[in-house]
Design a protein around this ligand. Structure first.
Ligand code: PLP
Length: 460
């Protein structure tokens, strides 16, 4: 097939797809059924027609993440400007490692990082795009480790005092992975209890830090979760800063999900007050703000730490201008061009557009909370902290029942909900991050859940 024919066929395939129409959520099949349909062993050398059969099947059997019934993850269908950026990035296929190979992308990344530094309030900071908040959390911990032990990079941790990192017990699992990868050890990632609101208990944190110091260890890193994965709780930055001033640890903010509140002056004041005093901060544009996956940045308050932490070995074959080459300070060599989609989204919506979006989500989530509270069949399992609702259908043996209800909603292709545990109670975790959602669609979604739950009860 000629290139121009291929382009036309791609456009046609996308146009014919049900994506973004809201017509259907998913065609549900089990893995075994899908395996039979896909016939992945079929030979297809030089066979474009067969490639388009698989492409069509991919589209047919993937959930439409734009659909209002897709309430499963922290992201939904992506913003159109970022989709434009992704398509162009795929066609142009270059790496953002050097200015030479990605000149425009490099300037766009620098521009966007500058915008974010300004919004966060890091006046002399630096940053980089990473592959997601998991990776950004690890890099932040790595910078903190190398600041606490100046020879760690060259000598490792073999002869050092034990290092301890601290997170709330509701922090994301990527921090455990970071402790593993960086040689800290997961036993030295101390999980601090949370209070009733899901925020890290500051007194318990201070006690844990003192225990570490009394036993000859170094309390080097605290991660404030700014929007916990399940409950949406924000650790209190102001109180953590007071503790940091006393105990001199690195204070990182994991805003993968809730960091998006920074776009709105009102919500920033409510949830992220004193954010400019953190040592580092990460957030995902591909979650609440809707950019195409992956789109993340990590910011540090101080300059020149990324280069002395991340740059290693003889890279002279590739980097000759370490200021212009954004890959020089990255842990990767090849870097996907993520800045184009980020820049296009930013230019299209602007800060005000994103502020309106998060404020709109905040209102919608309060609306859904009131709906749940007013409904006899449903109950909130914990109070709402911010953007997350954790609720369940009231039933005897509630964990088993809510698991069944979730499966039924999926198998009947009505909704794809997320489940999580809070203190051994299985809950629906509802996150509002879909620009196609409004009060009417949200009510329909919750009513579908209630109707299906009642039918399940009646059939039991
Ligand atoms: C609080 C928090 N931190 C980090 C992450 C990981 O983000 P990513 O998927 O970008 O690696 C998540 C993902 O859900 C999260 O909720």
């Amino acid at each position: 097939m000629q290139d121009h024919e291929l382009l036309e066929k791609i456009a046609q395939t996308l146009q014919n797809a049900d994506l973004k129409t809201g017509k259907r959520l998913i065609k549900h099949k089990s893995a075994a059924q899908l395996g039979e349909i896909l016939e992945l062993e079929k030979p297809s050398e030089q066979d474009w027609d067969q490639l388009f059969v698989w492409t069509q099947q991919y589209l047919d059997y993937s959930p439409d993440t734009n659909h209002s019934g897709f309430a499963n993850r922290m992201w939904t269908g992506a913003n159109m400007p970022s989709i434009l950026g992704e398509i162009i990035a795929a066609f142009s296929n270059t790496s953002s490692c050097t200015f030479e190979s990605a000149p425009v992308a490099t300037l766009m990344e620098n521009y966007m990082l500058g915008q974010m530094l300004d919004i966060v309030g890091f006046k002399n900071g630096e940053g980089q795009m990473t592959t997601g908040s998991s990776n950004a959390n690890m890099i932040a911990m790595m910078v903190a480790r190398n600041q606490a032990l100046k020879n760690a990079k060259q000598q490792g941790l073999f002869s050092s005092q034990p290092l301890r990192a601290f997170v709330s017990c509701d922090a994301h699992y990527s921090l455990d992975k970071a402790a593993n990868i960086l040689g800290i050890g997961t036993d030295n990632l101390i999980k601090v209890p949370t209070d009733n609101n899901g925020e890290m208990d500051i007194l318990a944190l201070e006690k844990a830090i003192q225990n570490t110091q009394n036993s000859g260890g170094i309390a080097f890193f605290v991660c404030a979760t700014l929007g916990t994965t399940v409950r949406g709780a924000y650790d209190n930055i102001e109180k953590l800063i007071q503790l940091k001033n006393k105990h001199n640890f690195w204070l990182h903010g994991d805003g993968a999900w809730g960091g998006a509140a920074i776009m709105s002056a009102t919500l920033k004041g409510k949830f992220l007050s004193a954010i400019e005093q953190l040592d580092s901060f990460t957030m995902d544009f591909h979650k609440m703000l809707g950019s195409n996956l992956m789109c993340n940045f990590l910011l540090l308050k101080q300059q020149n730490l990324l280069s002395c932490t991340c740059a290693d070995g003889d890279n002279s074959y590739i980097f000759r201008d370490k200021i212009a080459d954004s890959g020089a300070n990255s842990l990767q060599c090849g870097r996907r061009v993520d800045s184009l989609k980020w820049f296009l989204d930013w230019k299209f919506y602007g800060r005000q557009g994103f502020a309106d979006r998060v404020e709109g989500y905040y209102k919608l989530v309060k609306f859904a909370e009131n709906f749940i509270i007013a409904n006899d069949e449903l109950e909130m399992v914990v109070e709402r902290s911010s953007f997350n609702l954790c609720f369940r259908f009231k039933a005897p043996n509630a964990n088993v029942f809510n698991q069944k209800l979730r499966c039924k909603l999926l198998q009947s292709e009505q909704a794809l909900f997320a489940l999580a545990y809070i203190q051994k109670k299985l809950v629906f975790r509802l996150l509002v991050c879909n620009i196609n959602l409004d009060k009417v669609k949200l009510t329909e979604l919750l009513n579908r859940l209630i109707k299906t739950g009642k039918a399940l009860q009646n059939n039991a």
